[in-house]
Design a protein around this ligand. Structure first.
Ligand SMILES: *[C@@H]1O[C@H](CO)[C@@H](O)[C@H](O)[C@H]1NC(C)=O
Ligand SMILES: *[C@@H]1O[C@H](CO)[C@@H](O)[C@H](O)[C@H]1NC(C)=O
Ligand SMILES: CC(=O)N[C@H]1CO[C@H](CO)[C@@H](O)[C@@H]1O
Length: 522
């Protein structure tokens, strides 16, 4: 797709300016020493959640042993990562002991137990922006320090009801609106493959603790890539479900306007086989709307690949290693399955950011506009003045992070032009995908960047954000590591309600590319 001369100039200028600031930033920022977590040595930490539940049910391992192994690992890695910001270790151990007693006393047989409590005894982690009873839920707002949730978010409650045991809550970006998990309440979270790099956001603490082996399954939410970006930067699996399937209640900030159509709560995990059972549990009664128990024959699917967004002036070109990884996926699919992967391009993808931004600003069905970001920052307290916060920030005195202040200053309005482009893209995409199409798309233009870098390159998240605007299910899949030892990956996109297809492809890709890698051994 050609860019106009004007777009080329904008592209050149924007890249020049962002490169200049990146270079300047590297010059002035203190040198951090690159570190990574120690290898996982405890084999209990290397078992997928569904298999772990089975072993616990069969008394091949006690739940207390499993939970203790995870607590030990978190204590080992967290000082380096700052991923889990509040734990509930003693409560988790007490619950584990109860699980062991329950299994001891169970008379209904193992199968009945598996039916009733499919994740019995499996530890999990929770993004701090969700209500988890007895735990903080601040989403990085300093003014919410000390708040304690008195109930569980519905998605959290469903995992608990399936028998899973929460270990603690993990860091996010302020108000979940940034791809670096850092805020003035809990500080900054590091990437386990290289601690000088970002773990992504907003579900970044989840990405980091899962990838380091401190958790096996976790819960995140995604309005512009907040599950998929941290899963990509940390080399794990994540699923942004078709919107409306998993309940989004009980998290901060609440969505308003039409944002509910963009937001998806969903599973994050180290092993692909845990995605589907988690989705089924977290969907509750809505699971019936998906075809989660149908057998998927990959050979019968139609595959598509899109190499990039067509050259948006606002994003960087896709990293060569990511292009190569996606090419290898195509090669494998064609050689193993005998399918033909068709290369496509969608001209509107170059407006991904603008389309996402417009959808985020749309009013709801009753014409009510979304709640202004400054109100979310104020969280019911005194008014926040973004310019004043910016001045305070310059002197290191603001309680807010610069991405939040920037967002408050931007104050987007919906654009009829981009809405029309979105509708055209939606029409084409829905037609291409149908009920048996699967599309491959880069997860992000670049591998996990250094801390703070995304500040100068804010639009790259549009590679994930566009699928929130389109309301399509997407599974983020790891594809091994780059030359510098950083995770590679790809997004697998399906038609609406066709989540089972992208999950089936995730299983295939894990088998073919090896899935998650222990950051300690790379
Ligand atoms: C930051 O938040 C704390 C706690 O809410 C408050 O006491 C303090 O005055 C705030 N600081 C600024 C500069 O707004
Ligand atoms: C994002 O995009 C810019 C160009 O717009 C690029 O210079 C930058 O390195 C990219 N990086 C990330 C990870 O945000
Ligand atoms: C690095 C950092 O700031 N870590 C903080 C994370 O949050 C906990 C709980 O509030 C603090 O105790 C840590 O100091």
């Amino acid at each position: 797709m050609g860019l106009t001369a004007g777009e080329r100039i904008v592209q050149w200028l924007f890249r020049a300016v962002s490169s200049f600031f990146c270079a300047l930033f590297v010059l002035v920022s203190p040198r951090r020493k690159a570190g990574k977590v120690a290898p996982v040595t405890e084999s209990l930490l290397l078992i997928p959640a569904v298999q772990l539940a089975e072993k616990i049910r069969r008394k091949q391992v006690s739940c207390v042993e499993v939970v203790q192994a995870y607590l030990d690992r978190i204590q080992q890695v967290n000082p380096l990562l700052n991923a889990m910001v509040k734990d509930r270790f003693s409560a988790a151990l007490a619950e584990a002991a109860q699980v062991d007693r329950l299994i001891e006393e169970e008379t209904g047989g193992e199968e009945a137990l598996a039916d009733r409590l499919p994740l019995l005894g499996v530890p999990f982690s929770v993004k701090e922006s969700f209500f988890l009873q007895g735990m903080p839920c601040s989403t990085g707002l300093v003014s919410r320090a000390g708040f304690v949730a008195s109930k569980d978010a519905p998605a959290v409650a469903l995992l608990k009801r399936a028998g899973a045991i929460p270990l603690g809550v993990t860091n996010t970006s302020e108000l979940c609106m940034w791809l670096e998990s850092s805020n003035h309440l809990y500080g900054i979270t590091n990437n386990p493959y290289d601690t000088t790099r970002i773990c992504g956001g907003s579900s970044g603490g989840e990405g980091s603790i899962l990838a380091s082996g401190g958790s096996v399954i976790g819960i995140g939410s995604d309005i512009g890539g907040s599950i998929r970006m941290p899963c990509f930067f940390n080399g794990i699996f994540g699923h942004k479900a078709t919107p409306g399937i998993i309940c989004n209640e009980g998290q901060l900030p609440p969505s308003s306007g039409l944002q509910e159509d963009l937001l998806s709560t969903g599973p994050m995990c180290r092993y692909a086989e845990d995605l589907l059972p988690m989705l089924k549990i977290m969907a509750g009664t809505n699971a019936d709307k998906l075809l989660l128990s149908s057998e998927v024959d990959l050979k019968k699917l139609r595959f598509f690949t899109v190499v990039d967004d067509g050259g948006s002036p606002w994003t960087s070109p896709v990293d060569k290693q990511l292009v190569e990884a996606q090419r290898k996926v195509i090669q494998h699919l064609e050689a193993d399955l005998g399918v033909k992967v068709k290369e496509m391009s969608f001209p509107q993808l170059k407006y991904s950011y603008q389309i996402w931004d417009t959808c985020m600003a749309l009013p709801d069905k009753d014409g009510k506009p979304p709640q202004p970001f400054v109100e979310l920052m104020a969280d019911g307290g005194s008014t926040v003045w973004p310019v004043w916060e910016l001045i305070k920030w310059i002197f290191g005195k603001s309680n807010h992070t610069i991405p939040s202040i920037g967002l408050a200053l931007m104050n987007s309005k919906p654009s009829p032009f981009y809405l029309k482009e979105k509708e055209a893209l939606q029409h084409d995409m829905d037609k291409v995908l149908g009920t048996d199409g699967v599309l491959l798309y880069p997860s992000h233009p670049l591998l996990a960047p250094k801390h703070h870098h995304p500040l100068f390159t804010i639009y790259n998240f549009s590679y994930t954000g566009i699928f929130n605007a389109l309301g399509l299910p997407v599974t983020q899949c790891p594809l091994g590591l780059s030359e510098e030892g950083l995770p590679l990956g790809v997004q697998v996109v399906g038609g609406k309600l066709q989540d089972h297809l992208t999950l089936a492809v995730a299983l295939y890709l894990e088998k073919t590319f090896g899935g998650w890698r222990d950051p300690g051994t790379t």
